[in-house]
Design a protein around this ligand. Structure first.
Ligand code: ADP
Length: 455
């Protein structure tokens, strides 16, 4: 109220000063009272004019953008200008703060791993993050204020939104047919909706794979179990001769062996999936891997195939010996199992120009038709189930091979032609390949260091 007293005083002073001057001016004309009244009115009028000008300047400032300071007048108008300007500045500050908060909130929603879509009371889009835009095929700017059901037309989504029962999420096909989305709606405010979307394609695929896997394992185990229980029944209900008994026991042994191989392959796969990454500083001799795989393949072949194994020239691979061994042995034994008698099997090592190394197992066997090749490394995938089982296969060998090579940073390349043969190539990155000079054989040197004649 510090403007009130000066204003009253100014009014009184203007009136008194005007009145006094009017009185002095009116005295010679014998009308001092009229002069005082006129002078007083003139004083107040002048004050009112100054007041109006000040008021006008303030209104002019208010009706503009209020960017500069309010007119700095003294008294009443100055006080109003100052207060109005302060309240405008305070409001601007709190609006800027709100804007920053809103921007931060929206960028947090933008960073969400799920799609976020905000709908108003009429189910029109008010905002969506880029993941929701990608999930639903929306344009965050162009589609604002559009009714969501005009743009996302999946019948399950439209029905879900209209039913108003949002306790459980709904699964809908991704609009571009690339997979499946799980969509959940949450209501907030007055009729506003928050739509959350999640891409569950990978989860659904892995669920399906797990279901298939369990079904396959059950099937693989059930077959030998059925055979075994049949034999047990035969043995307990029929009197068998010694020859028959031995034959039945041998067949039972084969089935048991089959289950053991299956369980061991399953355990290997589980270990590969959960195990630590193979070390990059443990070096395994490629020559040793090849000769062990060669020995196993020769034992399985029982003289039915010709073998050709190349020299590994001091090459070494960094990784886990047991895993590398099992993958190369798997390829070598497959070559024997899928190559008819008289066929040739080759096992070779080569360092490529880029420093990566490859172990190749090739054969002149039955080969694989082109359409089967991409699926060979799937668990339990067999081109010819009966041949695989007859030769003791579990359908897991190549799956193990692929896992091993991928864990070592490499890849499996398969080339094959039906009736001509196949070549399975394990390619390891340069970082896991080294060549060491073979240690000199002490017997080959004389004491003076001269090379001795080899025998
Ligand atoms: P399996 O135990 O059935 O051999 P694998 O995973 O080792 O399982 O191989 C998958 C399938 O790939 C085999 O069933 C077979 O049809 C095919 N296959 C693997 N190796 C060869 C090969 N050297 N020649 C022809 N077919 C092969």
């Amino acid at each position: 109220m510090n403007w009130l007293l000066p204003r009253l005083l100014a009014g009184a002073f203007a009136m008194a000063a005007g009145g006094f001057i009017g009185y002095l001016g009116g005295a010679p004309l014998q009308a001092p009272v009229i002069g005082a009244l006129l002078g007083g009115s003139l004083g107040v009028g002048l004050l009112a004019l100054v007041d109006t000008l000040r008021g006008y300047r303030l209104i002019h400032w208010l009706s503009g953008t209020q960017e500069g300071p309010a007119p700095r007048d003294a008294g009443f108008w100055g006080e109003i200008g100052y207060r109005v300007e302060r309240s405008i500045r305070n409001r601007e500050k709190s609006m800027a703060l709100e804007q920053t908060r809103l921007a931060q909130f929206l960028s947090a929603m933008e960073a969400s791993p799920n799609g976020v879509l905000l709908l108003d009371e009429a189910d029109q889009i008010t905002w969506c993050n880029s993941i929701a835009a990608d999930h639903f095929g929306l344009d965050p700017t162009r589609d604002r204020r559009q009714r969501v059901t005009n743009l996302v037309r999946a019948p399950a989504f439209v029905a879900y939104l209209q039913a108003g029962q949002y306790a459980e999420p709904v699964s809908i096909p991704e609009p571009r047919g690339r997979g499946t989305l799980s969509v959940l709606v949450r209501e907030y405010g007055e009729g506003l909706k928050l739509v959350l979307s999640q891409d569950v394609t990978a989860r659904e695929r892995s669920d399906a794979m797990r279901r298939d896997f369990v079904a396959n394992v059950s099937h693989e185990i059930r077959t030998p179990l059925t055979v075994l229980s049949g034999f047990i029944e035969t043995m307990s209900s029929l009197p068998l001769t010694e020859v028959e008994r031995r034959r039945v026991l041998s067949l039972m042994g084969q089935q048991t062996q089959r289950m053991q191989t299956l369980v061991s392959d399953l355990l290997t796969l589980a270990q590969l999936e959960g195990g630590p990454r193979p070390p990059s500083d443990r070096w395994v001799s490629v020559g040793k891997l090849l000769s062990q795989a060669h020995a196993d393949a020769v034992a399985l072949s029982m003289g039915r195939h010709q073998f050709n194994v190349s020299d590994a020239d001091g090459a070494q691979l960094a990784g886990t010996e047991s895993e590398l061994m099992s993958s190369i042995v798997n390829l070598a034994t497959n070559a024997v199992r899928y190559t008819p008698e008289g066929g040739r099997i080759g096992m070779s090592w080569r360092v490529r120009d880029d420093g990566s190394g490859e172990v190749t197992v090739s054969d002149t066997g039955i080969g694989v038709a082109r359409e089967h090749i991409p699926r060979l490394t799937e668990r339990f995938y067999r081109v010819d189930g009966s041949r695989s089982r007859e030769t003791g296969g579990t359908g897991l060998g190549l799956s193990i091979v692929k896992h091993v090579v991928q864990r070592h940073g490499g890849e499996l390349d398969v080339q094959s032609e039906p009736g001509k043969g196949s070549s399975f190539c394990l390619i390891f990155p340069a970082a896991r390949v080294r060549i060491v000079e073979p240690a000199p054989d002490p017997k080959r040197f004389t004491r003076s260091g001269d090379q001795a004649v080899s025998n």
